[in-house]
Write a protein that binds this ligand. Structure first.
Ligand code: UD1
Length: 419
């Protein structure tokens, strides 16, 4: 099993390009089920989760080819199966995103019920309840969600109890082909939701209000398909910026969208970073200084993203002062703090809050990644540790970071993949 070996001590310097957003590309791939015509998707990151989603579309009869510009051409015109099998869903929870579009276009969808995962229980009740409000019949049988609809789904007024990104996306896709208008209230405002809405519109749907908490979807009978380019990955962007800040470095990230990172950039400035932004780039300079600890609390967008919490916790571990980090979205997402403590961090947990007392330096150690963002935090810790750190189970990292060791090397990090 691959591992990453990191020798700490280098301040990150230089520039890198940011890839397309995983969390936008996944729902957009699922949205290709909405049309019988071929679609083309640009800026798809080369990641394990993307391969899994492509495999899922393929096993249902979708035809996916990579063209000469490395864009994906997807044709879901003639599917032979309506089932997302357990073998694929168990490796990637985002598989649940095929439920809405499949049901909307074919009147039937079977998706293996996704279980919990390392970061928490992660229910899908709100996805299912919304589909029922649109007239679907939903049953759980043999570990599968079996959804059917008698003719087209019907537009509905849906109030989401909790802000859910995947739930909003699934229902938005289902509503795109429904009969009538659907209003989703308390919708997720994440930029990836807006990107999906823009994609549905580019392919012939009619979604209004994405980016606000009320989304209106006027169902259309058919979507003609077309082209869409995925937005830049704001979490990948943030991860490299935090890594640079933790090491006292100075980096430029290109091909990104600073407007999607406000909460993160504010916290980096609070940590002592000088930040300059252009239209599609961000420059961060710590002027060689040690970061100052920052306190934060995760919240739905535009609040501080839960997907950036672990990386800031790692930065706080070597910062000056004490940072209080509170996780409000996923119950087990502070789990990586135990691995950080094995590297000499001083982190104590009380409920959903981690009290992080910065130390001058961490010490390299063999550590184990438990989930995607936790593994990014261990890489950051390795960069600021004395000696060698060996990060095991990096298949988690490969789910969400394109060529992490090459990009880190480009910034001067001493990191390599070993088999
Ligand atoms: C998405 C992101 C994930 C990010 C999360 C932040 C993708 C592929 N993943 O995950 O990286 O960390 O948003 O919000 O885009 N909930 C319910 N019932 C539901 C659905 C969710 O109670 O039916 C709860 C969850 O337990 C959690 C909260 O809502 O506490 C947010 O979850 P949600 O936004 O749905 O996360 P995902 O869409 O799975």
């Amino acid at each position: 099993m691959d591992k990453l070996q990191i020798t700490g001590g280098e301040a990150l310097k230089g520039s890198i390009r940011i890839s397309g957003a995983k969390n936008s590309a996944l729902p957009i791939l699922a949205a290709s089920l909405l049309t019988e015509n071929p679609v083309t998707i640009g800026n798809i990151p080369h990641l394990h989760d993307i391969t899994t989603m492509v495999e899922l579309l393929g096993c249902m009869g979708g035809n996916v080819v990579v063209d000469e510009k490395l864009e994906l051409e997807i044709d879901c015109g003639s599917l032979h199966s309506r089932t997302a099998p357990y073998e694929l869903v168990k490796t990637m929870r985002a598989s649940i995103l095929v439920l809405g579009p499949m049901l909307a276009r074919h009147g039937v969808a079977n998706v293996s019920f996704p279980g919990g995962c390392a970061i928490g229980s992660r229910p899908v009740d709100l996805h299912l309840r919304g589909l029922e409000q649109m007239g679907a019949k939903v049953q759980i049988e043999d570990g599968y969600i079996k959804a059917t609809s008698d003719g087209r789904l019907k537009g509905a007024h849906i109030l989401m109890d909790t802000v859910t990104v995947g739930g909003t996306e699934n229902l938005m896709m289902a509503a795109a082909l429904a009969d009538g208008t659907t209003i989703i209230e308390n919708a997720a405002r994440e930029p990836e939701v807006t990107d999906l809405a823009n994609c549905i519109n580019a392919w012939g749907g009619d979604v209004q209000g994405a980016g606000t908490d009320t989304i209106t979807i006027n169902g259309v009978e058919k979507m003609p398909g077309g082209y869409f380019r995925v937005m830049p990955d704001r979490i990948e962007t943030g991860t490299y910026l935090v890594a640079a800040a933790a090491t006292g470095g100075s980096v430029t990230v290109k091909d990104t969208d600073p407007s999607t990172l406000e909460a993160v950039l504010l916290k980096l400035e609070e940590a002592g970073a000088d930040i300059t932004c252009g239209e599609d780039w961000i420059e961060l300079d710590m002027h060689g200084k040690r970061p100052k600890a920052v306190s934060l609390k995760t919240a739905p967008y535009p609040g501080f993203p839960t997907d950036m919490q672990a990386q800031f916790t790692a930065m706080n571990a070597v910062a000056e002062g004490v940072g209080m980090v509170t996780e409000t979205i996923f119950e087990n997402r502070l789990i990586q703090t135990h691995e950080l403590n094995r590297m000499g961090a001083k982190i104590s947990l009380e409920g959903h809050t981690a009290m992080v007392t910065g130390v001058e330096r961490l010490k390299g150690a063999p550590v184990m990644a438990s989930d995607l963002r936790a593994s990014a935090s261990l890489v950051i810790a390795g960069l600021v540790a004395d000696g060698a750190t060996l990060v095991d189970r990096i298949y988690h990292i490969d789910r969400g970071y394109e060529c992490i060791e090459e990009k880190m090397q480009q910034l001067g990090a001493n990191i390599r993949r070993i088999g």
